[in-house]
Design a protein around this ligand. Sequence first.
Ligand code: HEC
Ligand code: HEC
Length: 289
Amino acid sequence: MSRWIRWTGLVLAGLALLVAFAVAALYFVTTRHIREVYSFPDSPVRAAADPASVDRGRHLVEAIGKCQECHGADMGGKMWVDAPAFGRLAGSNLTSAGIGALTDADLERALRHGVGRDRRPLVFMPSEAFAAMGDEDLAALLGYLRTLPPVDRELPEPTVGPVGRALYLPGNLPLLPVRLIDHGAAHPDRVASVTAEYGEYLATIGGCRGCHGLALAGDANPDAPDLTVGRLGDWTEQDFFTALRRGKRPDGSVIDPETMPWVRSGLMTDDEIRAVWMYMRALPAAPRE
Ligand code: HEC
Ligand code: HEC
């Protein structure tokens, strides 16, 4: 009997040691990724100051980039995810009180390369979407940020817990967008038009792919469905407008505004919504499960 107890104790101690070793290895590898220092040269893009550009910048923030979802209605920052096992993440203060000391080049690095002022990766900031922004749009967006009245709010540094790290490592969580971006890519300006090509640009910088999958096939976030003709073949353009503007599907059911940011995407102009629709219709049907 005592011998049996001794063996059980040894096996349990061995298992505990293995778990401790796995957790230590997980923290070792992910901390190296999180603390890695990147250097990207200064971009020549500068914040635009003319009223038309600043207005365009406001639209890019409110309707396309949906920055307020994570940076707060007043852009002064907000606690965005607060679950210690997963992570504690705050969208930073983007008013002059928060980013006043940053140069336009620093802001470009945050938006298009996913690194912060310390040259280390930004955590969960969807830079992989904004990376495609053309120079003119970026200049407009920066121009608008520079006009935001200061909001005095301090936010905690991000922390990533064991669950967040364990999901990140096998590639199930876009924790560090800096690692997902093609940093050598060109940033062509796009002429706004009602075309599938412009819709593709809006779907990219609008973050649709981050949730609905690269080809909008519903293979990224398990809650975000396939948007291709394979599933939405019966939808009309009017149905798409109703989904984004009123949050309703053709059968009258409600699209959850907490998980699908239609309240902001519905602020896209009619022409922009049409362009995204044309792009969705041009995509190949996603393979059925
Ligand atoms: C899904 C949530 C989310 C969205 C949407 C989002 N951000 Fe962020 N952003 C974050 C988080 C979280 C951080 C802080 C990351 C960190 O500190 O590691 C951040 C950081 C930043 C920073 C770095 C600020 C600093 O002080 O260094 C900038 C600049 C920024 N975001 C701009 C934007 C803009 C502009 C938009 C809209 C076009 C936007 N973000 C949309 C989550 C988001
Ligand atoms: C933050 C993640 C997220 C982003 C960004 C996002 N979606 Fe969604 N979307 C969802 C989720 C989750 C649902 C399902 C909501 C529900 O179950 O009620 C959804 C549902 C939809 C639906 C309804 C489809 C159906 O049959 O239920 C449409 C249409 C849609 N999204 C289009 C878009 C477009 C276009 C964009 C980009 C402009 C976009 N979404 C960006 C998460 C997202």
